[in-house]
Design a protein around this ligand. Sequence first.
Ligand code: TYD
Length: 193
Amino acid sequence: MIEKTFVLLKPDAVKRGLVGNIISRFERVGLKIVACKFIQPSRELAEKHYPLERREFVEGIGKKTLENYREMGIDPVKEIGVSDPYEIGKIVRGWLIDFIISDPVLAIVLEGPGAVEIVRKLVGHTLPVKADPGTIRGDLSFDSAFFANAKKRPIKNLIHASGNFEEAEYEISLWFTKDEIYNYKRAEEEVMY
Ligand code: TYD
């Protein structure tokens, strides 16, 4: 029941000075920071974070991008030369990797009951323009697929958060060693647990 999840504050969050604002949102709901690292990732680490082998993930990004193009009335072949979701996903993945290695990021492990789902809820929709007010992406960013695709860059949505428990386990072990993850009690655990 007590889960750990992984979040990454991307370079836009760091360079816009939003780190404190974002972390305080996790702290105030009661999630516990059990690991934290400020790091400019290597290309190798970024490649592993967005693994090409996770075909459904790459294809998923491609499908969402195609859907965004369709909504905007843009022909994907004219725009980026391909229309296959996996191929489009690979291109967007390349933009994402270049972006997250371009400047420092803050990697965090958060712990709490149902942490994966709670963090996803606080983070909000992938596209800031569609993210609800009250969420991190909805409150703190305004990027849209329109701007991102036009500039051939990833959507600047401030933060990555593990999508499910298995992804969280993989990402935590990728970014942190066991001895970088701490075990302590937060004051309100007596009331809440
Ligand atoms: P995804 O896993 O679909 O979203 P989320 O971050 O909400 O789990 O996509 C991963 C990242 O890929 C997303 O945070 C931003 C980037 N991305 C783009 O840059 N352009 C796109 O069209 C899509 C769908 C995603």
